[in-house]
Each structure stands twice: as C-alpha cells, then as structure tokens.
Design a binder for this molecule. Structure first.
Ligand code: NAD
Length: 483
C-alpha cells in the first residue's frame, strides 16, 4: 500500500489544506493500493503563490542555462535510480503491462529529459537578428508560471514533456497529475528533491477536473500546458482564450495505419498489433484504424485476427503479459459500449468483443478486432481508448489517404510498404502532426503534437522548448550596442 499524507508544494512536503484523499485501486485486483491527499483550491492558491514568488523574485528564471541543464541531468540520474520502482508503481496504479511500463512509461520519460538537458546547453537563448537600422538581438525569456495538467495513460511521460522544457526555459511549474495516477508523481517529487531543484520552482497537486479547471483560470498562471481529452481541451482553450493565456493542447487521436499492397504481412502484422494495442489500447497515438487494400482485405483481416487472438491477457505485473486491464471500471464500460455500437452499426466482430472469461476481477476488455468497417461508423470515428481495432478496406493509395484524412483528429499515423518512396509520398499526404513509415515507435525527438482536433502546439524538439518562452527583441541605435 502506497500512502503519503503531504502535498509537494514548491519543493516542500506540506500538509494539505483539507482532509480530502484520493484512493487508488488496482485495475487488476480492484483492491486499494494507494492513498494520497487530494489537492483542493486552497492548495492550488498556495502552490501558484509559491510559483509566482519563485518566478517574480527568485533567481531561477535568471539562472544560467548550464545551471538549469545541470539540474535536468541530476533529475535524470535520480529518476534512473528509481526506474524499477516507478515502472511497477505505474503498472500498479493504471494497469499497463510491466514491459510497457519500463519502455513506454519510464525509459521514454528519461529520453525526453535527456533530450532537453542537452538542448538547454546548445540552445540560443539570445542571438542577433535582422534590424532595419542599427542592430538587434532576440532574447528568449521564460513565459512565467506554468500550469501543467496531465492524463493517467502515460502519467510521467506526459508530465516530463512539460516539466523538462519548462525547467529548461526557467519557468516555475504547478503540475496536476490525474486522480487515477497520483502515486508515481510522488516518486517524481522524491527525484526532484534529490536533484536539488530550487525551492519554489515545482509543485505537484494530484486532483480531479474541478481543481484542474480552477488551476487553468487562476490569475497567477501565465501558461497552461494540457494533455488529455479533446472535450476537456476545448474547455481549457476557451478559458485560456478569454484570458489571452498561452496554451498548448495535446489531445486525442484516431490514427490510421495504411498497409500498402506491397507490404509483407508476416512482418507487418505483429507491428500493427503493437501499434493498435500498446498500453492496453490507451494511447493517444494508437493506430486503431487499420487500412488494407481491398484485394488483400480478407487476407489482412485473417492475419490480424490471428495475431489479436493470440495476445496474452493477464496480470500486468508479469513480463509475459501483453494486455492488462483498463484503468477504471468506467473506462471498461465505455469501451464495451463502443463494442456494442460497432455491432449495432453492422461491423463484424472477428475477435474478442467482451470481457475475458478467465478473470472474475479486473477491468479487462478482450483484445477486439472489427472487420467490414466503414469509416463513417462510430467505431471508426471516435477515440475508443481500449484494445479495439477496426479494419477498413480501400481501393488505391489516394483512397487510403482520403480515408486516413477523413477524421476529426490528426495526431499520428503510419504506412507499411516495401517501397520507401511510396511510403514518403503517403506520409506527405496525410494531415497529422507526426507520421511513421514502417514503424509505430515515437522514435523522434522532433516536434510532437496534433493537427485539427488533436491539439494546438507542439511538444519536444526546439519547438517544445520555445513553447515555454516569449521572445523579446532588443534594438540598439547605431553606436549603442554593448561591446
Ligand atoms: P481527461 O481530459 O479527462 O483528463 C486529463 C487531465 O485533465 C486529468 O488530469 C483531468 O483531471 C484534467 N481535466 C479534465 N477536465 C479538465 C478541465 N475542464 N480543466 C482542467 N483540467 C481538466 O483525459 P483522460 O481520460 O485522463 O486521458 C485520456 C485522453 O488523453 C485521451 O483522449 C488521449 O488521447 C489523450 N492523450 C493525448 C496525448 C497527446 O500527446 N496528444 C497523450 C496522452 C493522452
């Protein structure tokens, strides 16, 4: 049982303002596995005030980039030391297979941190720019107090996509983890302590959406960085728009994997399964629409069905498990609701479609594949966020691109082909923020984000650092330039 009774406010472990608690249940055993304080509005006031003071009067925003890079390096070392503990904590709280936890939750987080530590040492925080008369420099300054709000599916990774560049820029941060996954955030707090992040700079407040909404509109906040559902993203965008508050939104997806007619199915199918069901299908970049050429559709569906049926469903703490339970009972019911809708709208459920019979407990949904899916069906349009794939036939490459683009979302996608030039052509035609040719891994350190309803702004890459800065252009009259 993971129990803490303090909130991390400005680097201090403080008593919460109220006695409200968050109880965390294991998605596998349904038993209580953690209890931590639930932050309330008064805690937000305290954390924002602390962050405000640390930004307005503290040395942190004016520290040398090398000093901030050193802090990030020390944070990386502290997280690496705790890697096994963090991986098992995330698996315990949200149910992803432990193998995914090591790779997708912890290693991926550390790669992000390492990237920003290195970028901070080389980034041009001040550089000359063109001037009509005299000369000028552009200075990149930290945007201020950042409210960072993250979901439960990749809690530490999404937190680090915000925390690392915000720290690199010299911002101060109030991080709000989701109520489903508050436990790993305490291990992050321990690592921040060990790394010697200056007092006042980071607060961590696990809480629900109401407190999140309070944080978004708090007058002491300069920038909101949000990862989560498109529905919440719209509300946050509206609240920020009214206040002219800077905002980055990383939202949902319904990505398409285009299997070309020249693809070697034996090699591709295992990767398609991974692309669609990683993290128990609870991934924003999951490639859940699988597009097969019509003349190879039956062959593709059969091969995919065989692979989906073989997925090992079980205890997420076992290394051999490929599919664990969903994060919450509510999420299981939501996913099963989509399965019912798929059947009602005329799609053919080829594999799965229910709860696995072998588990009396745990919020499991069987890995599921629908065939005979039309892209207009609900299961092809809405983000299901569970291990549910849909197979859609297409006529030729332009038709595949049309179907891929016929979506409210534009986060990610992939193409599978023996011809790299064809792959690149398709990659150039699909309207998404990232795209993959013959892979589904987020192998890049370049900008990550979405088009259309998948969000606004980018994380990672130099763009991900600039998102936490404002430019200031300083002009010098001829003869006034400093030596
Ligand atoms: P959610 O929007 O319900 O909640 C996400 C976070 O926002 C939680 O911390 C929640 O407490 C908070 N929140 C909810 N409503 C809020 C509001 N009005 N104001 C302020 N805070 C609010 O999403 P979820 O169900 O926890 O996460 C799953 C969603 O996240 C999926 O849609 C998924 O695609 C998306 N996601 C996107 C990315 C990306 O990078 N694009 C990455 C991971 C997850």
């Amino acid at each position: 049982m993971f129990v803490r009774d303090t909130l991390y406010i400005g680097g201090k472990h403080e008593k919460p303002a109220t006695s409200a608690v968050i109880e965390v249940r294991s998605p596998f055993s349904e038993e209580l596995v953690g209890r931590v304080p639930e932050a309330r509005e008064a805690d937000v006031d305290r954390a924002v005030a602390t962050a405000r003071t640390a930004f307005d009067s503290g040395p942190w925003p004016h520290s040398a980039p090398t000093e901030r890079a050193d802090v990030l390096d020390r944070l990386l070392a502290a997280l690496q030391k705790r890697a096994a503990d963090i991986a098992s904590t995330i698996t315990t709280e949200m149910g992803c297979p432990i193998g995914f936890s090591h790779a997708g939750q912890v290693f991926a987080t550390n790669m992000v941190l390492d990237y920003f530590a290195k970028l901070t040492r080389t980034f041009a925080f001040e550089e000359p720019c063109a001037a009509f008369i005299g000369s000028a420099v552009v200075r990149m300054e930290p945007v201020g107090v950042v409210a960072a709000i993250v979901p439960w599916n990749v809690p530490l990774f999404t937190a680090m996509l915000k925390l690392a560049p915000a720290l690199a820029a010299g911002c101060t941060i109030v991080l709000k983890p989701a109520p489903e996954t508050p436990l790993d955030a305490y291990l992050l707090a321990d690592a921040l302590d060990e790394a010697g992040v200056p007092k006042g700079v980071v607060s961590i407040l696990p809480a629900g959406r109401e407190v999140g909404a309070y944080l978004v509109t708090h007058p002491g906040v300069d920038k909101v960085s949000f990862t989560g559902s498109t529905a919440a993203g719209r509300l946050i965008a509206a609240a920020c728009g009214e206040r002219l508050r800077r905002v980055t939104l990383e939202l949902g997806g319904k990505s398409a994997a285009i299997v070309c007619d020249d693809a070697n199915l034996d090699a591709v199918i295992p990767q398609l399964v991974g692309a669609g069901t990683m993290n128990n299908g609870q991934a924003c970049v999951a490639q859940t629409r699988v597009l097969f050429p019509r003349h190879r559709y039956a062959e593709g569906v059969d091969a995919l069905a065989a692979a989906v049926a073989k997925l090992r469903v079980g205890d997420p703490s076992e290394m051999t498990t490929e599919i664990g339970p969903l994060v919450a009972e509510r999420q299981r019911e939501r996913v099963l609701g989509y399965v019912d809708k798929g059947k009602a709208e005329g799609a053919r459920c080829v594999v799965g479609g229910g709860r696995p019979a072998q588990f009396a407990r745990g919020w499991f949904v069987e890995p599921t594949l629908f065939a005979d899916v039309d892209n207009r069906m609900t299961i092809a349009r809405e983000e299901i966020f569970g291990p549910v794939l849909v197979a859609i036939p297409y006529d030729d490459d332009p038709d595949a691109v049309r179907i891929a683009n016929d979506s409210e979302y534009g986060l990610s996608g992939s193409v599978w082909t023996a011809d790299p030039a064809r792959g690149l052509g398709i990659a150039r035609s699909v309207r998404t923020g990232t795209y993959n040719v013959n892979t589904f891994m987020l192998a890049m350190a370049g900008p990550f984000g979405g088009t259309k309803s998948s969000g606004i702004g980018r994380e990672l890459g130099p763009e991900g650092l600039r998102a936490y800065m404002e430019s200031k252009t300083i002009c010098f009259a001829p003869g006034s330039e400093p030596a």
